[in-house]
Ligand binder design. Structure first.
Ligand SMILES: C[S@@+](CC[C@H](N)C(=O)[O-])C[C@H]1O[C@@H](n2cnc3c(N)ncnc32)[C@H](O)[C@@H]1O
Length: 303
């Protein structure tokens, strides 16, 4: 049969049928391609135009950092949170909720939360999961106060009643010794009014937050702020080794037994002074035990 179909006569007789099949296939391809390569390009352009408004909600424009994590980043932060807190289910839930909260606050607030998306979601997730011994929270270095507002929300979601104290020079821009930080990508000056607006987004606990304008190393500020024992201390002010070392020494004095200290930008290539100060501090006499690292933050618990 095969031999019969491949004879010259058979091929000539079957050619009209083969041509008809070819034409049908070509017509179908043209339909799928929507008019050839040009048509395909038109359709891709139309699709990316439709996607652009969604990207605007999440990309780096006007805040300096993209908020579009890939699945690999989400998986890694959840694994790290599980190692530090022992609660995988809580980590998965909190990361999703923290991510939505970050989008909401940056959409509605003034300025931004500093740092990478997974580092922010990691801190917002870890603090309530680590079950601090009381609800007093101290943030050293707040920039726009938006992280403090977000942390209030995450603590309340865990059934806590957070009371936030903030220390920051609120100097118009981010102050960092040894570096020249330019204008913020948001275009918004760092000032008390911005911090208040953002804290107001966190309801009654945000409005009740104490803001101490000044430097964490200033004895007057220390006397005012050191009036209580804190369940949580976020160290995110002066990022130099000397600055972080001084904040860690102060934290030893004002953290409650069982309290949590978060060292922001821990292991970040741009801020080597943070790990340097941590290593020096941990080599001495300390109440702190290192719990581990999630994204770019280190977690300590006080005895
Ligand atoms: C990285 S930003 C804080 C970001 C904020 N925690 C967040 O998550 O969005 C650092 C802030 O600390 C402030 N700062 C610098 N030196 C400080 C100091 N000695 N005491 C308190 N704040 C300081 C900076 O001006 C800046 O506002």
């Amino acid at each position: 049969m095969r031999a019969l179909l491949t004879t010259k006569t058979a091929r000539r007789a079957l050619r009209p049928v083969a041509d008809l099949i070819d034409q049908r296939i070509e017509r179908r391809i043209r339909q799928v391609m929507g008019g050839g390569e040009a048509g395909l390009e038109r359709r891709v352009a139309a699709l990316s135009n439709r996607q652009r408004p969604l990207e605007l909600l999440l990309d780096a424009t006007g805040r300096g950092t993209s908020r579009l994590p890939a699945q690999v980043h989400l998986t890694r932060v959840i694994d790290e949170l599980e190692r530090v807190t022992g609660d995988r289910e809580g980590a998965q839930r909190n990361v999703a909720q923290a991510f939505r909260l970050l989008m909401a606050l940056e959409s509605l607030g003034v300025g931004r939360i500093a740092g990478g998306t997974m580092n922010i979601c990691g801190k917002l997730s870890a603090v309530p999961l680590l079950d601090p011994p009381n609800d007093e929270v101290l943030e050293i270095g707040t920039l726009y106060g938006m992280f403090g507002a977000a942390l209030i929300r995450m603590m309340e979601r865990a059934g806590r009643d957070p009371r936030l104290t903030i220390v920051d020079p609120l100097a118009g821009l981010q102050l960092q010794p040894g570096t020249t930080e330019g204008d913020d990508p948001t275009g918004t000056p760092v000032r008390g009014a911005a911090v208040r607006t953002n804290l107001a987004l966190a309801g009654a606990a945000g409005a009740a937050a104490r803001i101490q304008q000044g430097f964490s190393g200033d004895p007057e500020i220390r006397a005012l702020v050191g009036d209580r024992a804190y369940g949580v201390i976020i160290v995110d002010g002066d990022h130099s080794a000397a600055g972080v070392g001084a904040d860690l020494e102060w934290a030893e004095e004002i953290v409650a037994p069982g309290g949590i200290v978060v060292l922001d930008d821990f292991g970040h290539a741009k801020w080597p002074g943070i790990k340097e100060a941590f290593e020096k501090h941990m080599a001495g006499n300390t109440r702190f035990t290192f719990l581990g690292q999630v994204a770019n933050s280190g977690y300590l618990r006080a005895r």
